[in-house]
Design a protein around this ligand. Structure first.
Ligand code: HEC
Ligand code: HEC
Ligand code: HEC
Ligand code: HEC
Ligand code: HEC
Length: 367
């Protein structure tokens, strides 16, 4: 059995929140100490029934959530393939937070994924009976109206729109290698120009003050993914190709999240028969090495070549041998398989971010 290693940030957030407040009225409570996170405590079948009730009353949020990766956190085929290699309690804690993590086939509760109750009724939070956690983002008048209209108490906490609501699941260390981040989205966010905004501003509201959306669109929305980077290719010398990648409004590294994602930057040239003559490529991603020492398994991060938040990267490719030929270049976002140490990465999901052809003599920016 593995235990989740809390990052310094989550520990800090937990320790800042102080003793649990007592519920006194229906609205405007002092901060609830517990924010959403991986499974804590025991599984409660009653939470499934409560979730079904949320879905019945809040149709719009429910429709958006139903189509989201949060809803599919345990059932989506990419997770299922990875989980088949490593069916551990550790994985279930975050991908099936409403199920009892000790069961390997956790059933209906797991199929809910990250549910309404996971975020709005965090396990262990001191909420009044039937109470839900909510944000303070609407005006005081609207808040009172909503509280009057709601058939359940609403506990408003400003922290619910900060990274605190996402950090316990979106930032954590490798279970076998404390200190080696498995996902570090919040730590990356903290070092980004968007550090002052929460995750919600970009992932739940578009524009930032627009209505709330529960689809949590990200890498499966190909248009959004393409729009996230500004990409240009140049051929300053016949055999030298420069591809510049500039993140637009991305609040963390690119790619972020799951460790098995990368950006492939490549260029090649073929002869008249279509046979390859020259080619070069770079990977922007996290490169790990598995360390096997006695019974203790571990992972070392060898290199992190991802795009840093707010910084432009220029990738240089060598096309020696293709000086007189057109060069085809492309930038591809890839999800790669997780079959483990020593195996070559095999992409199983790809999105073409940009591509083009650089003619032999011309010098200058390309679309
Ligand atoms: C019987 C219908 C019903 C059920 C069940 C219900 N809600 Fe509500 N809820 C409402 C109504 C009505 C309001 C007030 C109007 C509004 O804001 O939509 C409300 C308000 C809210 C708000 C505050 C919105 C704001 O003003 O910021 C949140 C958050 C919320 N509900 C979440 C939930 C969650 C999560 C569940 C399940 C645990 C749930 N609700 C169950 C009807 C319901
Ligand atoms: C991953 C966490 C997460 C999940 C899952 C989630 N919510 Fe929310 N929800 C939030 C956050 C955070 C906000 C506040 C966003 C803001 O105000 O900027 C919010 C806002 C709301 C609101 C008030 C805003 C509005 O749209 O009226 C309602 C109601 C609500 N959620 C209901 C639900 C229901 C019902 C479900 C399940 C179908 C659900 N939520 C699932 C995190 C979540
Ligand atoms: C209980 C744990 C948990 C919490 C809390 C949580 N998430 Fe997630 N989130 C997940 C998991 C697990 C997935 C991956 C689902 C999958 O693809 O299998 C995910 C997926 C996502 C994705 C989609 C990533 C993609 O590649 O498309 C986004 C965006 C996201 N979460 C944002 C948020 C934000 C913003 C918050 C805070 C308001 C939040 N999450 C809170 C567990 C959580
Ligand atoms: C300034 C806007 C912005 C902020 C703030 C932001 N993100 Fe993102 N996020 C993006 C963009 C843009 C992408 C890449 C395009 C896409 O996948 O939608 C992205 C992608 C992701 C992905 C998918 C993985 C990938 O590389 O495609 C996850 C998961 C995610 N963000 C989680 C978070 C979390 C958690 C936070 C808060 C710590 C956060 N984001 C803050 C804009 C933002
Ligand atoms: C502390 C919480 C946490 C734990 C533990 C965890 N994950 Fe995740 N996982 C996430 C979050 C959050 C995301 C969404 C980020 C993203 O999509 O890049 C995610 C995304 C993924 C994805 C990408 C899914 C997709 O649809 O693209 C795979 C695959 C995955 N996890 C497998 C696993 C496996 C296997 C384990 C156990 C060894 C595990 N995870 C343990 C939080 C967790």
């Amino acid at each position: 059995m593995q235990r989740l290693t809390l990052t310094p940030l989550t520990l800090l957030l937990a320790s800042c929140s102080g003793p649990l407040p007592r519920a006194t009225s229906r609205d405007e409570q002092p901060p609830a100490a517990v924010m959403p996170g991986p499974h804590r405590g025991s599984s409660e079948p009653a939470r499934l029934h409560r979730n079904a009730a949320c879905v019945d009353c809040h149709e719009e949020a429910a429709a958006q959530w139903s189509a989201s990766l949060h809803r599919a956190a345990f059932t989506d085929p990419d997770f299922a393939a990875a989980y088949a290699h490593e069916p551990t309690r550790f994985c279930r804690g975050c991908h099936a937070p409403e199920a009892a993590p000790e069961h390997e086939s956790p059933g209906a509760a797991a199929e809910l994924g990250v549910a309404c109750v996971t975020c709005h009724v965090p396990q262990g939070a001191a909420l009044p009976s039937d109470g839900v956690l909510a944000a303070m983002t609407i005006t005081t008048g609207e808040r009172s109206a909503a509280s009057e209209a709601a058939p359940h108490p609403i506990v408003r906490d400003p922290a619910f729109t900060t990274t605190a609501a996402c950090a316990a699941c979106h930032d954590f260390d490798h279970p076998h290698a404390p200190g080696v981040p498995m996902q570090s989205t919040v730590r990356e966010h903290q070092r980004s120009p968007a550090a002052g905004d929460g995750c919600v501003g970009c992932h739940m509201r578009d524009p930032p003050r627009g209505p709330v959306h529960h689809g949590f669109a990200a890498s499966r929305d190909h248009e959004r993914l393409r729009a996230a980077l500004e990409i240009h290719a140049l051929r300053p010398e016949p055999a030298r190709i420069l591809i510049s990648l500039r993140p637009r409004a991305i609040g963390h590294a690119f790619p972020t999240g799951d460790m098995f994602r990368q950006v492939l930057v490549e260029a090649d040239a073929t002869d008249e028969q279509g046979d390859p003559l020259a080619g070069d490529q770079r990977i922007l991603g996290k490169i790990y090495q598995d360390r096997l020492a006695g019974s203790s398994r571990g992972r070392v991060l060898l290199e992190d070549t991802r795009l840093l938040p707010g910084a432009e990267a220029v990738v240089e490719l060598d096309l020696s041998g293709a000086e007189a030929l057109p060069v085809h270049w492309r930038v591809v976002y890839q999800r790669i398989d997780q079959e483990g140490p020593g195996r070559p990465a095999r992409p199983f999901g790809e999105v073409l971010l940009a591509a083009g052809v650089l003619p032999p003599t011309e010098v200058g920016p390309q679309p």
